[in-house]
Design a protein. Structure first.
Length: 149
């Protein structure tokens, strides 16, 4: 019995597995992306693979890679799953914590909608309408509507 919904799924996995740098670890497919700048990683870990978590990967040829930008494509279906060609070494290291940045959230707001419609672009803290000073909210909403008066 096939584990595919279609031939397209099978072709997808075979194509992904043939890509340069494809890593099979514990039956899952991974790719290592470019290593982020340390300052960018600390400030924006969620923009990088696995949220910037640090992994040491041992390859079949004996080399090791340390990455903070590991993308996971998921579990490879059993009937196309090759043998593992790499393994995790040690425990994952959490992304570095951003330096404590003293800033005024209301100088860096963006409107994103929803129950907490405002978000600080520096630390990603979200705010309800009632938490934002009315003059700041009015100015931001006016700029979004194109009314710069």
């Amino acid at each position: 019995m096939s584990t595919y919904n279609s031939d397209d799924s099978r072709r997808y996995w075979l194509k992904m597995l043939s890509q340069p740098g494809a890593l099979v670890i514990d039956g899952n497919l991974y790719f290592v992306g470019p290593e982020p700048d340390p300052a960018d990683l600390a400030a924006n870990p969620k923009l990088h693979g696995c949220y910037g978590t640090g992994f040491t990967i041992g390859h079949a040829d004996g080399t090791q890679t340390v990455t903070h930008n590991l993308g996971c494509c998921g579990a490879i279906p059993g009937d196309v799953r090759p043998a593992d060609n790499a393994a995790f070494i040690g425990q994952p290291e959490l992304a570095p914590k951003p330096a404590v940045l003293v800033h005024n959230h209301f100088d860096h707001l963006d409107y994103i909608g929803g129950h907490y419609p405002f978000e600080c672009l520096v630390c990603y803290r979200r705010f309800e309408y009632t938490e934002v000073p009315s003059d700041v909210a009015e100015t931001l909403l006016a700029s979004l509507l194109g009314d710069e008066s």
